[in-house]
Design a protein around this ligand. Structure first.
Ligand SMILES: Cc1cc2nc3c(=O)[nH]c(=O)nc-3n(C[C@H](O)[C@H](O)[C@H](O)COP(=O)(O)OP(=O)(O)OC[C@H]3O[C@@H](n4cnc5c(N)ncnc54)[C@H](O)[C@@H]3O)c2cc1C
Length: 458
């Protein structure tokens, strides 16, 4: 352990001198929540870590609505005080308008004592990355990882080499390590290299989103408040089904400190049928926003932030394998389904925690590496399967998939089970979820906490 701590200190010294070390225990690809937390947890266990991030923080990222569970992972990384000091907006719960039925839930009703958050991800992710740096990880921003050589990873002394290139430079270099952690998000460096990514052919969705200034919002009491009240009266995340798209399409409305994030999640076919070839995505998006009476009301005094429109296709996939000799896939690099229940960032943090624990076990008990990896794989795959069961309306679990999702459910606290079950009651996308939850207590507790929302639409 002393040797490792010395190596970690050497990596840290090297960071301040700006030279990439030649070797380390673990290379982390990507400085999003998954990568930064994995680096922090691993340095905390005494390992030397080099993290490459191809962008410069603060960098833009979508995914602004966070569940209260993020706090337990932030506590474990020692970063909760810095997150709390930033003053992100507290989110009180969810307000959902699904095919004419309006309902709401409040996290407080499920016994959560710490708030869910609405965060500007550039700031949130920067705080996590700075924590990783302070913990002793060597952080290389604007350095892109190209690929990993895993051909000797199965050997007794697992040896991996990772090639990287600073942005704007022509030549690549290599670093040696024992394990590589792929937290590169949707890029999925290793998943793509090894052909592990499986796209959900039936889930042909895309998302288009942008930002408004001065939008009103819905609070947990079911009332509408002006933007100026957002610090006094916490907002909910407002979600609504869209009238088009066979009941699958939906939108989000997330209040941030200065702006509001509003996004549409829609079948690709519907977008191509309804958008004229000469029409811009921005014009099409604004037209859809205006078509919903409640959203129109929230946006009555709002202005669109010019140039803020963004779009993503093919964001829903999983990996046939999330760990193998010498590598681990975390967060979005392992898989992502759909943003409807805001589980992306929590899943990234969970997988970072699980990977750090597993890598530590693999270093300490080499003879049992396969067993440790297999536990990591089955737990991460089970979580992904649970997300699929919650988010995919047509979800047809295979026997193995169903068993995995039930296993993840079984590992969740009663509080988390009740919240998941309640979330599944808010829309009709999760009809299959009933068969997932074992506990009648969680069912009852959830159903009692979903309240009607009475907002006159005129
Ligand atoms: C439309 C949409 C809405 C969403 N809304 C929510 C939400 O409300 N709440 C929520 O919790 N989640 C949401 N998500 C999901 C959330 O954005 C992700 O789950 C989360 O950002 C994943 O974190 P991560 O650390 O795995 O990856 P990321 O945050 O994507 O970080 C990956 C990092 O890796 C870097 N990188 C990529 N390639 C390389 C390379 N070759 N070398 C070095 N670095 C590299 C990237 O620059 C990036 O900084 C949403 C997703 C989508 C698509």
């Amino acid at each position: 352990m002393a040797k490792r701590q010395a190596a970690a200190r050497a990596a840290q010294r090297s960071s301040s001198m700006n030279a990439v070390p030649d070797s380390c225990d673990v290379v982390v690809i990507g400085g999003g929540p998954a990568g930064s937390l994995a680096a922090t947890y691993l340095t905390g266990k005494g390992y030397s870590v080099v993290l490459f991030e191809r962008q410069k923080h603060p960098r833009y990222q979508v995914g602004e609505s966070l569940l209260p569970d993020v706090w337990k992972y932030c506590d474990a990384a020692g970063v909760s005080d810095a997150i709390a000091a930033e003053g992100f907006l507290r989110k009180a719960g969810g307000s959902v308008d699904w095919n004419g039925e309006m309902r709401r839930l409040s996290f407080g009703d499920f016994g959560y004592t710490r708030p869910a958050l609405h965060v500007e991800r550039d700031r949130f992710d920067s705080i996590l990355l700075e924590r990783a740096r302070a913990s002793g990880a060597w952080i290389g921003e604007e350095i892109a990882v190209l690929e990993a050589d895993l051909s000797r990873a199965g050997d007794n002394e697992s040896e991996v080499s990772v090639s990287y290139r600073p942005v704007g430079e022509a030549s690549a270099s290599r670093i040696r390590c024992r394990y590589v952690v792929d937290a590169s998000g949707q890029t999925g460096v290793i998943g793509r290299q090894l052909g592990l990514r499986v796209f959900d052919e039936g889930f042909r969705f895309m998302s288009v989103w942008g930002y408004f200034a001065n939008s009103s919002y819905l609070a947990a009491d079911g009332l509408i408040y002006p933007a100026q009240s957002v610090r006094q009266v916490p907002p909910t995340t407002y979600v609504s089904a869209l009238p088009q798209g066979d009941g699958w399409a939906w939108l989000w409305h997330i209040m941030l400190r200065e702006t509001t994030s509003i996004g549409l999640v829609i079948p690709k076919a519907w977008a191509s049928e309804t958008k004229g070839s000469a029409e811009s995505w921005e014009a099409w998006y604004l037209k859809q926003c205006r078509a919903l009476p409640l959203l129109q009301r929230l946006l009555a005094d709002a202005t669109f932030c010019e140039g803020s429109l963004r779009l993503v296709r093919n964001y829903s996939y999983r990996s046939s394998q999330v760990a193998g000799p010498g590598f681990f896939l975390l967060g979005d690099a392992a898989g992502f389904v759909d943003p409807i229940f805001s589980v992306g960032v929590v899943f990234s943090m969970y997988s970072a925690y699980a990977a750090a624990h597993t890598i530590d076990r693999c270093f300490r008990q080499r003879a049992r590496r396969d067993e440790h990896r297999s536990i990591f794989s089955s737990q991460v795959q089970a979580r992904l399967e649970l997300s699929r069961s919650l988010a995919l309306p047509y979800y047809q679990a295979t026997d193995a998939g169903h068993a995995r999702a039930r296993e993840a459910m079984g590992f969740s606290s009663m509080q988390a089970q009740a919240l998941m079950y309640a979330a599944s009651l808010l829309t009709d996308r999760s009809g299959n979820f009933d068969s997932m939850a074992d506990s009648p207590h969680a069912h009852r507790a959830a159903a009692e906490r979903v309240r009607p929302l009475n907002i006159p639409l005129e």
